[in-house]
Design a protein around this ligand. Structure first.
Ligand code: ATP
Length: 415
C-alpha cells in the first residue's frame, strides 16, 4: 500500500515497466548493457516528476524561478547549464533535501510537500559517491535494502542482480578501496538502483572520472537506463554529455529554463543565442529583422553592412516586429570552405559566399577547424578530415579562401 504522502513504489505504480529483478534473474548478467532496443522517445506519457511553477529563494537570492517541467515516466532528462544556474537546487527539491519557496513538486503524480527525503521513492547518485569504507561492495549495495528490513537471501539476490546490472557481478566481496574509480561509481549506481526507485537523480555522477572512462560510462548509463526503465534526472554542465545520453535536455540559465527538448531540437533549433552558444559552436551575426512570415518562420535579416541573409526563425512562438534586433547563427559544419584560387571543391554555388583569410587552422582528429577573417568578422568552419569530403591539405594561416553556406543553415534567433 502507498503510505499517505509518500510516493508509490514501482510495484504499485500502474504502467511502470518491471524492474529486471522482477523477472527471472538468470539472463540478467548476459543482457546487462545490451544495446538499447527502444528507438527514439518511446517513454511513457505519464509524468514521474512534475515541477509546477517552482521558485526557490535562499534569503533574498532567487536560485530557481517559476520553473515548470514535466518529466515523462521512463525518460532520461538532463538539466544542463553553467555553474550556479540552479540545476542542483532543482534536483535537491525533487529529492526532498530542499523545499520550494513557492510552487509544487509531484512524484508519480503525488504532491510531496513536507515528505522527507527518506520517504520519497527517489535515490540520488552524487559526483562524490561516498561509499562506506568499512563495508564490502555487497554490503554497500545492500545498505538501502537492510534499512527497509530486506535481509538474508532476498538481500543477496537483489544485490547480485544490481551488481550484474552494473557489470560488477562476482565482485561483491571486494573492499571498496580495491576498485577503480569507474567501478566505485558503478557500486554507487547499484546502491541507488537496488531499492527500485521511481526516479533516479544523478548529480554530475561522472565528474570525477577521466575523459575516456567518462565517455564509456555515458553510453553504459544510457543503456542501463533503457534496460531498467526508471526515470533518470541527470545534472550536468557538459553539453556533450547531455546530448549523448538524454531523451530531453532542459537548458537552464540564472534559475530559468531557456529551452527544453530533444538534443536534436536544441542543436538544430536553439531558440536563443544562449542555447545556440551553449550547445555546440556557432557563428553569430547581429542584424535587424527585415521581413518575417509567421506561418512558415521564413525571415530576412539585414546585417549592419546592408547584406540581407535569409533563414528561418527557430522559435515558433516568437512574433518579432520588423526592425527588431535579431541574431543569425550558423553551425561551423554547415560552412563549406575552399581555396580562393579555385579547385573543384570551391563553394561557388552557395547562396552566401565570402572571401577571407585563414587566421588559424587546427587539426582536431576527425575534423579540421579553420578560423577565417571575412568582411562579416571571424568565421569558424569545420571540415571532416577524410578525402571524400575534400580535405584541404596544406591550408594554413594567411591563405586566401572562400567560405559559403546555404540559407537553410541560417538560424534566426530573436533573443
Ligand atoms: P554547479 O554546476 O556549480 O553545481 P548549479 O547549477 O547546480 O551549479 P546550484 O547549486 O543549484 O547551481 O546553485 C544555484 C545558485 O544558488 C548559486 O548561485 C548558489 O550559490 C546558490 N545557492 C545554492 N544553495 C544555496 C544555499 N544553501 N544558500 C544560499 N545560496 C545557495
Amino acid at each position: 500500500m502507498t503510505t499517505p504522502g509518500a510516493t508509490p513504489s514501482p510495484e504499485e505504480s500502474p504502467g511502470r515497466p518491471a524492474f529486471p529483478g522482477d523477472r527471472a534473474p538468470a539472463p540478467l548478467a548476459a543482457t546487462a548493457f545490451a544495446a538499447p532496443t527502444r528507438v527514439g522517445a518511446s517513454y511513457d506519457d505519464a509524468a514521474d516528476v512534475e515541477l509546477v511553477d517552482v521558485t526557490k529563494r535562499f534569503g533574498r537570492f532567487v536560485a530557481v524561478e517559476h520553473m515548470n517541467v514535466s518529466i515523462a515516466r521512463g525518460a532520461f532528462y538532463s538539466l544542463l547549464g553553467p555553474s550556479g544556474c540552479g540545476k542542483t537546487t532543482t534536483l535537491r527539491m525533487i529529492a526532498g533535501f530542499e523545499q520550494p519557496s513557492e510552487g509544487e513538486v509531484l512524484i508519480a503524480g503525488q504532491p510531496v510537500a513536507g515528505v522527507p527525503a527518506y520517504r520519497r521513492n527517489v535515490n540520488t547518485v552524487f559526483q562524490h559517491y561516498a561509499l562506506f569504507p568499512h563495508m564490502d561492495v555487497a554490503r554497500n549495495v545492500g545498505y538501502g535494502l537492510r534499512q527497509r528490513g530486506i535481509t538474508g537471501d532476498d538481500e543477496r539476490r537483489r544485490v547480485d542482480e544490481a551488481l550484474a546490472l552494473v557489470r560488477l557481478g562476482g565482485l561483491g566481496g571486494r573492499h571498496t578501496w580495491e576498485l577503480s574509480g569507474g567501478q566505485q561509481q558503478r557500486v554507487a549506481l547499484a546502491r541507488a538502483l537496488v531499492n527500485r526507485p521511481t526516479v533516479l537523480l544523478l548529480d554530475e555522477p561522472l565528474g570525477a572520472l577521466d575523459l575516456k572512462l567518462r565517455k564509456e560510462m555515458q553510453l553504459e548509463l544510457k543503456a542501463l537506463q533503457h534496460q531498467v526503465g526508471i526515470t533518470f534526472v541527470y545534472v550536468t554542465h557538459d553539453q556533450e554529455e547531455a546530448i549523448t545520453m538524454s531523451d530531453v535536455v532542459v537548458v537552464m540559465r540564472d534559475g530559468h529554463i531557456q529551452q527544453q527538448g530533444s538534443p536534436r531540437d536544441l542543436y538544430e533549433r536553439p531558440v536563443n543565442r544562449f542555447v545556440a552558444g551553449f550547445l555546440g559552436l556557432s557563428n553569430f551575426f547581429s542584424g535587424r529583422l527585415a521581413d518575417h512570415e509567421p506561418a512558415t518562420g521564413a525571415a530576412s535579416v539585414s546585417l549592419g553592412d546592408g547584406t540581407i541573409i535569409r533563414g528561418r526563425l527557430t522559435d515558433p512562438a516568437a512574433r518579432p516586429s520588423a526592425g527588431a534586433e535579431v541574431t543569425v547563427a550558423v553551425r561551423p559544419e554547415r560552412l563549406s570552405i575552399a581555396r580562393a584560387d579555385g579547385g573543384a571543391a570551391a563553394p561557388l554555388e552557395h547562396t552566401t559566399r565570402l572571401t577571407g583569410r585563414v587566421q588559424q587552422a587546427t587539426y582536431l582528429g576527425e575534423q579540421n577547424e579553420y578560423r577565417v577573417e571575412t568582411e562579416l568578422g571571424e568565421l569558424i568552419a569545420r571540415r571532416q578530415n577524410n578525402e571524400a569530403s575534400g580535405a584541404l591539405p596544406g591550408v594554413g594561416p594567411g591563405d586566401a579562401v572562400v567560405v559559403g553556406w546555404e540559407d537553410d543553415a541560417n538560424l534566426v534567433l530573436v533573443a
